[in-house]
Design a protein around this ligand. Structure first.
Ligand code: 3HC
Length: 407
C-alpha cells in the first residue's frame, strides 16, 4: 500500500518532529492533539526546523511555507477519513495509547496502518486493544528526528508482513534508514542506551566523576554527545520512564540510578525545564551536587566508586551481545542502528558496539566486565554470547573472527 496521507496523534515536540519529517518528503500530514497548547508547540517545532534551514540558506521562505501548508493542525478527527497511516506520539502510558487506538478505529478506514512511536512499550499489547492487531506496528524515530537517520520498525505478535513491508517502504520514502527489530522492551536502541545512561548516572551519583568529566570521557570514546548532555536533551522524565519500564521487564541489571528520582522530584526535566543534570544555561549545577552528597551521606548509594569509560560503555556492549543471542536484529543491523540512531563512532570510524567489541578484543571485554562485576556487582556479568565466543577463540579482529568476520 502506498502512503498518500499520514496523521500524527499527539503533537508536542516529538509529534512536531515527526510531522516535519513527513512534510519534508512532500506528503500531507494531519497533526492532532486534545490540547491547543500542545498543537501550537508541535507547529512551532515544525516551523523551527524549517526556519533553521532557511536561515542557513538551504531553503527559500516560499518553499518553507509550502512545507508548512502540508500540515493540518487539528483538535478533531474530522480529517482522518482518508489517512493511510497514523503515527501515535501520545504520553508513554499503555492505557492512554490503547484508548487512542480504539478511538482511531472508529474514524479511520479499515486499511489504515496504526503505528506507535513508543520508546519502549509493547506493540502487541497495543494491537490487542484493537480489532486489527495485524495493522499495528512500532515506528520509532530518534531525537532529533530531522537529523537522526534511523527508524526502528517493530512488528508485534500479530502484525502481518504487508504492514511491515509498507512501513519499511514508507520510512525509506521519508529518507530514513528503517531497521526491522523484534519486539522486546526498549526495542533495540533504547535497550542498549539505557544501561549506559543508567551506569553514567550511577557513577555520577556515587561521586566517581563529575557530569562534565563523564561527558568528556564518553565523547573522547566516540559518542557525539555525553550521556548527561543527551539525557538533558531527551528529557529526564522520558529517560526515567524508559528506565523504570526496562527495570520492571529485565530486572536487577537495569535497576535505575537513584539520582533519576531526585531530579524528577525537583522538576529538573532537562533542557525543556531549564535544568536537568546541568543548569541551562550554566552547566555544572550546585543543586545536583547537593543531591549527590545527600544520596551518599544517607547511604542510598555507595560513595567513592571509581570511574572509567569502560564502566559506562561496556554495559551497552554487553546488552548488544544479548540482543544477538535473542535475535532482536542481525549483527549488522544492531551496529548500524547504533550508528544511525545515536551517531556512535569509535576510533574515528562510524562503527557500532559489536564491531567495537571485536576491535577491543572479546577476551579483553570479558576481562574488563569481570573486573567491574567484582567491584560494582552482578549487573556487569559478561553475557553468554561474549563468553561463548571467547571460549571458541573468536576474539575479534586479532583472530579474524568475533561477532563479525575480519579478513
Ligand atoms: N533545527 C533544524 N535543524 C537543525 C537544528 C535545529 N534546531 N540544529 C541543527 N540542525 C541541523 C543542522 O543544520 C545540520 O544539518 P546539515 O548537516 O544539513 O547542515 C544537522 O542538523 C546537524 O547539526 P549540527 O552539525 O549543528 O549538529 P551537531 O554536529 O552538533 O550534532 C546531534 C547534533 C545530531 C544532535 C549530535 O550531537 C548527535 O547525534 N547526538 C546524539 C543524539 C542521539 O543519541 N539521539 C538518539 C537518542 S535516543 C531517542 O531519541 C529515543 C527516544 O525514544 C528516547
Amino acid at each position: 500500500m502506498y502512503i498518500f496521507k499520514a496523521a500524527v496523534v499527539g503533537a508536542g515536540t516529538m509529534g512536531g518532529e515527526i510531522a516535519q519529517v513527513i512534510t519534508y518528503s512532500g506528503l500531507p500530514v494531519v497533526m492532532k492533539d486534545v490540547d491547543q497548547g500542545m498543537l501550537d508547540k508541535g507547529m512551532d517545532k515544525v516551523r523551527s526546523v524549517y526556519q533553521h534551514r532557511v536561515d542557513r540558506g538551504k531553503m527559500s521562505a516560499g518553499d518553507m511555507q509550502a512545507k508548512l501548508d502540508l500540515v493540518t493542525p487539528t483538535l478533531t478527527y474530522d480529517e482522518f477519513g482518508d489517512v493511510d497511516i497514523v503515527i501515535e506520539a501520545v504520553p508513554e502510558k499503555m492505557a492512554v495509547k490503547q484508548a487512542v487506538f480504539k478511538e482511531l478505529e472508529g474514524v479511520c478506514p479499515e486499511e489504515t496502518i496504526f503505528a506507535s512511536n513508543t520508546s519502549a512499550l509493547s506493540i502487541s499489547e497495543m494491537g490487542a486493544a484493537t480489532g486489527k492487531p495485524q495493522k499495528m506496528i512500532g515506528m520509532h524515530f530518534f531525537n532529533p528526528a530531522h537529523v537522526m537517520k534511523l527508524v526502528e520498525v517493530i512488528p508485534g505478535l500479530d502484525t502481518n508482513q504487508e504492514t511491515v513491508d509498507d512501513v519499511v517502504m514508507f520510512a525509506e520514502s521519508l529518507r530514513k534508514i528503517p531497521v526491522v527489530v523484534q519486539e522486546c522492551p526498549g526495542f533495540l536502541v533504547n535497550r542498549l542506551l539505557m544501561p549506559y545512561l543508567n551506569e553514567a548516572t550511577k557513577a555520577l551519583g556515587e561521586g566517581a566523576a563529575t557530569a562534565t568529566e563523564i561527558d568528556q570521557a564518553v565523547v573522547a570514546w566516540g559518542m557525539p554527545m555525553g550521556p548527561f548532555t543527551l539525557m538533558d536533551m531527551l528529557g529526564i522524565d522520558v529517560c526515567g520512564h524508559v528506565g523504570d519500564y526496562l527495570y520492571a521487564e529485565y530486572g536487577e541489571r537495569m535497576s535505575p540510578a537513584p539520582l533519576f528520582a531526585e531530579l524528577l522530584e525537583a522538576g529538573r526535566l532537562g533542557e525543556k525545564s531549564g535544568a536537568g543534570f546541568y543548569d541551562h544555561p550554566g552547566g555544572e549545577s550546585a543543586t545536583v551536587k547537593g543531591m549527590i552528597e545527600a544520596l551518599q551521606s544517607s547511604g542510598t548509594v555507595p560513595s567513592g566508586t571509581s570511574f572509567s569509560v569502560g564502566r559506562v560503555m561496556l554495559p551497552l556492549v554487553n546488552e548488544a551481545a544479548l540482543c544477538v543471542q535473542e535475535n532482536i536484529a542481525t549483527i549488522n543491523d544492531i551496529d548500524m542502528s547504533m550508528v544511525a540512531g545515536t551517531g556512535m563512532t569509535y576510533g574515528g570510524e562510524r562503527i557500532g558496539p559489536l564491531a567495537v567489541a571485536d576491535k577491543i578484543g572479546l577476551d579483553a571485554v570479558v576481562e574488563q566486565l569481570t573486573m567491574l562485576e567484582q567491584e560494582l556487582g552482578p549487573r556487569f556479568r559478561p553475557s553468554r554470547p561474549l563468553k561463548l565466543r571467547v571460549r571458541a577463540g573468536h576474539l575479534g579482529v586479532k583472530t579474524g573472527k568475533g561477532f563479525l568476520e575480519h579478513v
